[in-house]
Design a protein around this ligand. Structure first.
Ligand code: PMP
Length: 290
């Protein structure tokens, strides 16, 4: 995704100060750059309000704790900073990227003695996938890369380093003519796409994989609530690829992707059906009322 030109005129919050975009560069010697010690959040602003802002600030802290990074700003301070920056930038609808990374005081695998920095950026970003795909669904290609076991990588942290397999997977899918990758986990169960959770519909009932080795997305949790409130039965369970291919409908959920139908996985096609449309509608309705 190319950043819009307009991002260069936005304000950035960096370690407690609001700065211009141009004043926020990093030195090349930086622990995060060399060893992947960065955690981040992606959030969306709808009508001037950040959706589930507190949950995102809490997850940033949780992600950092898992990597033994002590954030120098509390959840409340991060919340206040996001609001101030939103006000300074004056956006009604935007994407927010809040992140924390280790500085360049030390260089080596051990991070002892490295500072922890926090920044918040935001820009106008209407849609992760082209808008027309919300009607006909995106295509996924099964990746050869697997989501690792929770004792192989810190899978419950939204850690930048973990995205290496997502980037490899998505880039291969796009090269092969698909929009994104379907990722299986280390056991061979269906996990998620490169950057969003997955739901399937079978006989009017919703199913979603148990998030025991990938993020339990905030949008995923919201959609589970929406399904329950709309009388749609929902079950979390391990799903094998064969079962997924027998689904009536499939969709993805994520802050960036929102609710996006899947129209094809590998060579199998899926309809954008009634349950997906009901969930999309309920989600869109919720976003205008937050
Ligand atoms: N899985 C991955 C790998 C992601 O990057 C995201 C986006 N943060 C999600 C799932 C969905 O999470 P959320 O709904 O909290 O945005």
């Amino acid at each position: 995704m190319l950043l819009p030109e307009s991002v260069h005129t936005t304000k950035v919050w960096l370690n407690g100060e609001v700065k211009s975009w141009a004043d926020c560069s990093l030195h090349i010697i930086n622990h995060s750059l060399h060893y992947g010690s960065c955690v981040f959040e992606g959030e969306r602003v709808y009508n001037g309000k950040i959706f589930k802002s507190l949950e995102h600030a809490e997850r940033l802290h949780k992600s950092a704790n898992i990597l033994n990074m002590q954030l120098p700003f509390s959840i409340e301070q991060i919340e206040a900073a996001k609001l101030k920056l939103l006000d300074d930038n004056g956006f009604d609808n935007a994407y927010v990227r809040c992140f924390a990374w280790r500085g360049g005081e030390v260089m080596g695998i051990s991070a002892q003695g490295a500072s922890v920095n926090v920044a918040i950026t935001m820009w106008e970003w209407p849609s992760y996938f082209p808008a027309e795909l919300k009607e006909k669904g995106i295509s996924l290609k099964t990746s050869k890369w697997r989501k690792p076991a929770p004792d192989t990588a810190p899978t419950q942290s939204k850690a930048a380093g973990l995205y290496m397999i997502g980037t490899l997977s998505k880039d291969q899918s796009v090269k092969d003519g698909y929009h994104d990758a379907l990722m299986l986990d280390y056991r061979g169960y269906v996990a998620e796409s490169s950057g969003a959770n997955l739901f399937m519909v079978k006989d009017g009932k919703l199913f979603t994989p148990i998030p025991d080795c990938f993020l339990n997305g905030i949008t995923r949790q919201t959609v589970i609530e929406l399904a329950k409130n709309n009388g749609i039965e929902i079950e979390e369970k391990h799903i094998l690829p064969d079962e997924l291919m027998q689904a009536d409908e499939i969709f993805l959920t994520g802050t960036a992707a929102e609710v996006t139908p899947v129209g094809k996985i590998d060579n199998t096609e899926f309809q954008v059906g009634e349950v997906t449309c009901r969930i999309m509608e309920a989600y869109n309705k919720l976003m205008v009322t937050i």
